[in-house]
Design a protein around this ligand. Structure first.
Ligand SMILES: [Zn+2]
Length: 183
C-alpha cells in the first residue's frame, strides 16, 4: 500500500502501545515500549500489504518531469501523514516515531534492494513482491478502498490520541505539588 496508509496505521499501533500498563498500573519503560512499537509497526505494514491493494500515489501523473517522481510522490504522502500523526502524538511521540520507523522500514529496504541493489533484506518475501497486488480487482476500487482506509485510520487515531490526553489515569500520575486543573 501507499506509505501514507502505513504511517497512519503506525499511529494506531502507537496508541495501542501507549495503553499497555504493568500489573500495578504503571507505564512500562520507554525502551520496551518503543521496541514493541517498532516490531508491531513492521507487522502492520506486512499485514496491510497482504490485502489486495494498488499503491496509487506513484502512478498519479504529476511531477512526471521529476527524476524519481514516483518516489517523491510516495514520500510526500508519507511525510504529510507523519506530520499529522506526530502533531497528535503528545507525550507519546517517541513511541509514535518508533512505530512509524517500523511501518516504513519494509518499503525502505524494498527500494534499497530493488533500485540500489542492496543485498540485505529482512523481509525478502515483501521486497520481492510486485509493488501492487490487485487479486484481479479493479485498480480504481482498490485505490478508493485505500483512501477510505486511510481516512478511517486518521479519524480513529485522532480520537484515540485525544482520549489518551484526557484519560483519567493522567490525573493519577500528576505531580502532587501541581495545582489541580481548573474547569
Ligand atoms: Zn510495502
Amino acid at each position: 500500500m501507499d506509505l501514507f496508509v502505513h504511517v497512519l496505521a503506525a499511529g494506531l499501533v502507537a496508541e495501542g502501545v501507549a495503553r499497555v500498563r504493568r500489573r500495578g498500573g504503571s507505564t512500562p519503560r520507554l525502551g520496551p515500549r518503543a521496541g514493541v512499537a517498532l516490531v508491531l509497526g513492521a507487522a502492520s505494514h506486512l499485514g496491510l500489504d497482504a490485502l489486495p491493494h494498488f499503491g496509487f500515489l506513484p502512478s498519479i501523473a504529476v511531477w512526471t518531469w521529476m527524476p524519481q517522481g514516483w518516489l517523491v510522490r510516495a514520500l510526500g504522502g508519507g511525510l504529510l501523514a507523519f506530520g499529522f500523526v506526530l502533531a497528535n502524538a503528545g507525550k507519546n511521540w517517541p513511541v509514535v516515531i518508533a512505530a512509524c520507523v517500523g511501518a516504513v522500514y519494509p518499503d525502505v529496504e524494498k527500494v534499497a534492494h530493488n533500485e540500489l541493489g542492496v543485498p540485505f533484506v529482512l523481509f525478502r518475501a515483501h521486497a520481492e513482491l510486485a509493488s501492487t497486488y490487485t487479486a484481479g480487482l479493479p485498480i480504481k476500487l482498490l485505490a478508493a478502498v485505500e483512501v477510505v482506509l486511510a481516512v478511517l485510520f486518521a479519524l480513529l487515531y485522532a480520537r484515540l490520541a485525544r482520549s489518551r490526553r484526557d484519560a483519567p489515569w493522567k490525573s493519577l500520575t500528576r505531580d502532587k505539588n501541581e495545582a489541580p486543573p481548573t474547569p
